[in-house]
Design a protein around this ligand. Structure first.
Ligand code: AMP
Length: 419
């Protein structure tokens, strides 16, 4: 793989896989441009280094070619504004316009290709009516896989080098994220966003300074099992908060009232706790909770032990003793990974636990710890409490980030790394 900082882009056309899957309103105006903004350093660097850029992305989940609502054309005005240049648009990523516009691209010019997912070849999955028979499905699978090769080859033919800056889709083995890299064995690299994500996650998972504390929260244990399994061999402390803590508390014989629980995961919770003990990992489950008599912000509240929640009450946040203890653990940590809120932080009366934990992580960071926050709701929480710039790194990778901390090598990352 090559390095974007040292690669010679002079006169080269760079195919950049970006994640421009931005939300649009009913009039196709961008309502949140974060994902576009995140790719700008990479685009600007290549343009400033004498290269030209061919931007390609998916937008939404189109069912067929040319769904007007999901056209990347809607992004052109914004891109022109932030890049301060004309953006050419190829209205069919596999059409003659894409061939001609890319062939004639001059240094400093920007071309945007139409939505890659207009073609089923991008994902490599046949779009069939629900009534399709098994034979039809099997035949379509073979057909799409063959067509995907042609799609990938054509996409590659537009450019001289390939840059993947779409971390948010790096966990998908699609044509533009994983397959096209093979056409650029000596001219493929990560963009800055992708590089940041990969290096910060690597720092936490493989180069952590100890003590290393992982804070997991959110609603369900079931969605975090692989993360827990991967982290157990790496961390010193594993804090389990949020709704998922009650499955562990119940597994230990505690009374959890009407709190969230996944009864089919009680044995698994016991196994996790036993596994942690064997490995010498300190599993920390909050000792007290803010219980409510209804799942509502204006419900009646009381602080109780997290394993003595009365019937008719449910734990919606961690309590003051837990906040104190968890904060001490966090402030004594050198590496912190946080995924998932400690309580129902969307409601004012149950946000304190999440806020205080975010503040403790910010405090530890100020004292020199390395902290990585990732996964939709924890990112929303640090943003809500204006602490995003007080932690070391906020991953915007969503599903890709979660798969990384499950220990998986993402197809989009592997395609760049492998020879
Ligand atoms: P997840 O997507 O699994 O990370 O879960 C995030 C959601 O978990 C957020 O919407 C929180 O409101 C919710 N959550 C956190 N703590 C609790 C709790 N004690 N009871 C119910 N929901 C919770």
């Amino acid at each position: 793989m090559k390095n974007i900082d040292t690669y010679d882009f002079t006169g080269k056309r760079a195919l950049i896989r970006v994640d421009f899957n931005v939300p649009l309103d009913d009039n196709q105006n961008i309502t949140d441009a974060t994902r576009i903004d995140a790719a700008l350093p990479t685009i600007r660097k290549i343009l400033a280094s004498g290269g030209s850029t061919i931007l390609c992305s998916h937008l939404g989940r189109p069912k067929k070619i040319g769904e007007p609502k999901l056209s990347l054309r809607h992004l052109v005005p914004y891109l022109e504004k932030v890049l301060n240049t004309t953006v050419k648009f190829a209205d069919d990523c596999m059409g003659q316009s894409a061939v001609d516009l890319s062939a004639n691209l001059k240094p400093g010019e920007v071309l945007l290709l139409e939505n890659l997912r207009y073609y089923e070849e991008e994902e490599g999955k046949a779009r069939l009516p629900e009534t399709a028979t098994d034979e039809e499905k099997a035949a379509a699978k073979v057909r799409v896989k063959a067509a995907q090769k042609e799609f990938t080859k054509k996409l590659a033919s537009y450019a001289d080098c390939y840059v993947n800056d779409a971390y948010g889709t790096a966990h998908r083995a699609h044509a533009s994220t994983a397959l096209v890299a093979a056409y650029f064995p000596n001219d493929k690299m990560f963009g800055y966003l992708m590089n940041n994500e990969v290096s910060n996650i690597t720092k936490v998972l493989h180069e952590a300074q100890h003590p290393f504390t992982a804070v997991l929260g959110g609603a369900k244990v079931s969605s975090k099992i692989e993360i827990i399994n991967n982290l157990l061999s790496k961390v010193d402390n594993l804090i389990i908060g949020g709704g998922m803590m009650f499955t562990f508390i119940k597994a230990k014989g505690g009374k959890i009232g009407g709190s969230l629980v996944e009864t089919e995961y009680l044995d698994l919770a016991r196994n996790i706790m036993a596994g942690a003990e064997k490995l010498g990992v300190n599993i920390i489950i909050p000792s007290d909770a803010v219980a409510a008599n209804a799942f509502a912000d204006d419900a009646e509240r009381q602080i109780c032990k997290s394993d003595e929640i009365p019937d008719g009450w449910l734990g919606l946040d961690i309590g003051p003793d837990s906040i104190k203890h968890l904060s001490e653990v966090l402030l004594g940590s050198k590496t912190i990974l946080w995924n998932g809120p400690m309580g129902v932080f969307e409601m004012c009366n149950f946000q304190k636990g999440t806020k205080e934990i975010a503040l403790a992580i910010a405090g530890a960071t100020a004292n020199g710890a390395f902290s990585l926050v990732g996964g939709g709701d924890s990112v929303a929480a640090v943003n809500k409490f204006h602490l995003a710039d007080k932690v070391s790194y906020v991953s915007t990778g969503g599903g890709a980030m979660l798969e990384s901390i499950e220990g998986k090598v993402l197809p989009g990352v592997k395609a760049i790394l492998e020879d």
